[in-house]
Ligand binder design. Structure first.
Ligand code: ADP
Ligand code: MG
Length: 547
C-alpha cells in the first residue's frame, strides 16, 4: 500500500515535488480538516483533493459545474490508474447503473458530480451507506453572486457541512476577490477552514499605467520598439476594436480585429494566424483569449479600462506565459469610466449592477494608485508580497510626493458645506467658483468654500478628490449617484492633526478628454470631473482656435 502523499505524488502522478501549499493542503485534508484553496488556473488545485481522496478511506466526492470538465478530469485520472468516474446526465441508463454499482461496491476513489445531483434526495440517501473520504467543491466561486459565474444550484451545497459534519470539505477556485472569498466561506459553512492563497504572481510581467492622452499615439509609441513580438490590444467596445485595428493597419502595423460580432469563420482564421505569428497584433474585445494557448505573447495593452481587476489580471496574464519578460500597459482615462459604467448599467439585475460598480471602482483605484502595482493586484486576490516588486512603473519610477494637507481640508470642507449630497463634478465647480447655473441655482455661490480652489485646475481637484476617496477620507455612495460623504477618518485631517501627501500627477491631462466623446443619450452624471460639460467646453474652444 502507498505510504506518504509525496510517494503517491511520485508513483501515481509522476511528479517530483509538491508546489507551494499543496503538501499542507493534502496533509490537512487527510487529518480531516477543511480547506479553502485559491490558486490561478493551472496552479495545481486538482491534486489538493485527489491525493487525500486516495489516502483516506472511502470515496472522494467532487462537485464540478460542467459536464465537459468532469469528463476531462476523469479521463486523465484513469490514465494515471486512479479509479474515477463521473455521474451526470450524459450517461445512459446502463452506464449510470454501472457507476452506482461501483460506488456502492467501494470500487471508486473519486466520483465527479454536478451540485444539484449530489444534493438530490436520492443521491444523499445513497451516501448514508457509503464511506466518504472528502467533499471537494471545484469552481467554488459559482456559489457567490460576487463571482463572475454565479450558479444558483451551487447554493444547495450550503447544506453539506451540516449534513456531513465529520467529512472534510475543500473549496477550490481560481478567482475570488475579498467579497467572493467571504461569501464562499460563509455559504459553505467553512468557518474553521484554513485558506491557502498562492500562485498569482507573474513576476515577469511589467505593469504600467499611463494616463490616457492621445491614446492612439500612445499606443503606437509603445508598439514601435516592441513590434518584434506579438501582442493583444483590448478595447471595451466592438466599434473601438474596429477603429483601432483599422488605424493600426493604416499606420503599417500587422493587426486584425477580433470580437463576437465577426463571423465564426473569420474569428477562427484570426486566431490561427495569430498562433502561427502570421498576425502580430490582435485588437480585441474580451471575447478574445479564452482557451488561447500561446506562450510567447510579449505584451498586452488595455486601450480602455477593463470592467474589473479579475478580467484585467486574466487578460494581462496572457502575456509572457513562457516566463520571459513581458509587458502590460493600461491606458487610463476618466472619460472611459463612463463607457464602462454605461455597459454595467445595461444590466437589469440591481444586485449585479451594485457588485459590478464596486468592482469597477476597485479597478479605477488600481489605475490611480501610487504604490507597487503588483502589490495591489495580488492583494486583490488575497495574496501578499514580501517586498515591492521592482518591476512596475511605480517601483521603477516612483512618483514625487507633494503636500496636499491644505487643499485636502478645502476639499473636505467643501463636501461638507454642500451638504454631502453631491458628486465630484459639483464639488469641484463650487471649489473653483464656477458660474454654472446649477451652482448658482442652489446658492452654492454663497458658501464659504465657494471659489477657494480657483488657483488649481479641475484635473488637480479631480485627482485630489479621488486620492481622498482611495485613502478613506471620503466615500462615494455607489448606490446614490456617487455622492461624496466624509468618513470618520476625515476629522483629524480637517482639524489639522494630520498631514497628507499625494503624487504629483505624472501626465498632464489637458488633452486627454479631447479624444473621447460621450455616447449620445446617456444621462450626464457629475461624478467624474472631466466628463461631458467640461469636455465639450474644451472641444468648443479647440474648434474655435482651429477655425
Ligand atoms: P487547476 O485545477 O488549478 O487549474 P490542475 O490541477 O488542472 O490546475 O493542474 C494544472 C497542471 O499542473 C496539470 O497538468 C497538473 O498535472 C500539473 N501539476 C499540478 N501539481 C503539480 C506538481 N506538484 N508538479 C508538477 N506538475 C503539477
Ligand atoms: Mg481545476
Amino acid at each position: 500500500m502507498i505510504q506518504t502523499p509525496l510517494e503517491s505524488l511520485k508513483k501515481i502522478f509522476g511528479y517530483d515535488a509538491f508546489r507551494l501549499h499543496q503538501q499542507e493542503i493534502v496533509d490537512g485534508l487527510i487529518r480531516g480538516e477543511d480547506a479553502f484553496v485559491l490558486m490561478p488556473t493551472g496552479g495545481g488545485k486538482s491534486l489538493c483533493y485527489q491525493l487525500p481522496a486516495l489516502h483516506r478511506p472511502g470515496v472522494g466526492i467532487v462537485v464540478s459545474p460542467l459536464i465537459s470538465l468532469m469528463k476531462d478530469q476523469v479521463d486523465s485520472l484513469k490514465a494515471y490508474g486512479v479509479k474515477a468516474a463521473f455521474y451526470n446526465s450524459s450517461l445512459s441508463g446502463t452506464e449510470a447503473r454501472k457507476v452506482l454499482a461501483r460506488l456502492h461496491g467501494g470500487k471508486l476513489d473519486l466520483i465527479y458530480i454536478a451540485p444539484e445531483r449530489l444534493m438530490s434526495r436520492e443521491f444523499l440517501e445513497r451516501l448514508n451507506d457509503i464511506p466518504i473520504a472528502l467533499f471537494a467543491i471545484d469552481e467554488a466561486h459559482c456559489i457567490s453572486q460576487w463571482g463572475h459565474d454565479f450558479r444558483p444550484e451551487y447554493r444547495q451545497l450550503g447544506r453539506l457541512r451540516g449534513l456531513f459534519p465529520e467529512i472534510p470539505l475543500i473549496a477550490l477556485t481560481a478567482t475570488a476577490e475579498a467579497h467572493t472569498r467571504r461569501d464562499i466561506l460563509e455559504r459553505l459553512g467553512l468557518r474553521q477552514a484554513r485558506s491557502y492563497i498562492s500562485g498569482f504572481d507573474r513576476p515577469n510581467i511589467r505593469y504600467t499605467v499611463l494616463e490616457k492622452r492621445k491614446p492612439f499615439a500612445q499606443l503606437t509609441t509603445f508598439l514601435q520598439p516592441r513590434y518584434k513580438g506579438t501582442g493583444i490590444v483590448y478595447c471595451l467596445s466592438r466599434q473601438r476594436v474596429e477603429k483601432v485595428a483599422g488605424a493600426l493597419t493604416e499606420a503599417g502595423f500587422q493587426a486584425a480585429p477580433y470580437h463576437a460580432g465577426l463571423p465564426a469563420g473569420a474569428r477562427k482564421q484570426v486566431q490561427e494566424d495569430f498562433l502561427r505569428d502570421d498576425i502580430r497584433i490582435i485588437v480585441a474585445t474580451v471575447a478574445f483569449g479564452m482557451g488561447i494557448d500561446k506562450s510567447n505573447i510579449r505584451w498586452v495593452v488595455h486601450y480602455d479600462i477593463p470592467k474589473n481587476i479579475e478580467s484585467y489580471y486574466q487578460e494581462t496574464g496572457r502575456a509572457g506565459r513562457d516566463g520571459l519578460p513581458a509587458e502590460a500597459l493600461l491606458l487610463f482615462g476618466y472619460g472611459d469610466i463612463s463607457l464602462a459604467r454605461g455597459l454595467i448599467e445595461n444590466s437589469k439585475n440591481p444586485e449585479r449592477r451594485r457588485i459590478e460598480l464596486h468592482k469597477l471602482n476597485a479597478m479605477v483605484g488600481y489605475a490611480e494608485a501610487l504604490s507597487c502595482r503588483r502589490r495591489i493586484l495580488l492583494g486583490y486576490f488575497g495574496e501578499s508580497l514580501a517586498e515591492d516588486c521592482g518591476n512596475c512603473d511605480i517601483c521603477l519610477n516612483p512618483p514625487r510626493l507633494v503636500d496636499v494637507t491644505e487643499d485636502s481640508r478645502k476639499a473636505l470642507s467643501c463636501v461638507y458645506r454642500v451638504g454631502q449630497r453631491f458628486g465630484m463634478g459639483h464639488v469641484i465647480d463650487v471649489l473653483r467658483g464656477s458660474q454654472k447655473e446649477r451652482v448658482l441655482e442652489l446658492h452654492h455661490d454663497r458658501l464659504s468654500t465657494y471659489g477657494i480652489g480657483r488657483n488649481r485646475s479641475q484635473e488637480y481637484w479631480g485627482s485630489l478628490l479621488h486620492h481622498l476617496v482611495h485613502n478613506g477620507f471620503l466615500e462615494q455612495d455607489v448606490g446614490n449617484y456617487s455622492v461624496l460623504k466624509l468618513t470618520d477618518a476625515a476629522r483629524p485631517l480637517l482639524r489639522g492633526e494630520q498631514t497628507l501627501s499625494m503624487a504629483e500627477p505624472r501626465v498632464k491631462t489637458e488633452t486627454a478628454s479631447l479624444t473621447h466623446r460621450r455616447k449620445g443619450g446617456q444621462k450626464a452624471r457629475d461624478e467624474y470631473p472631466d466628463d461631458s460639460a467640461a469636455l465639450f467646453e474644451r472641444l468648443r474652444t479647440l474648434r474655435k482656435k482651429l477655425a
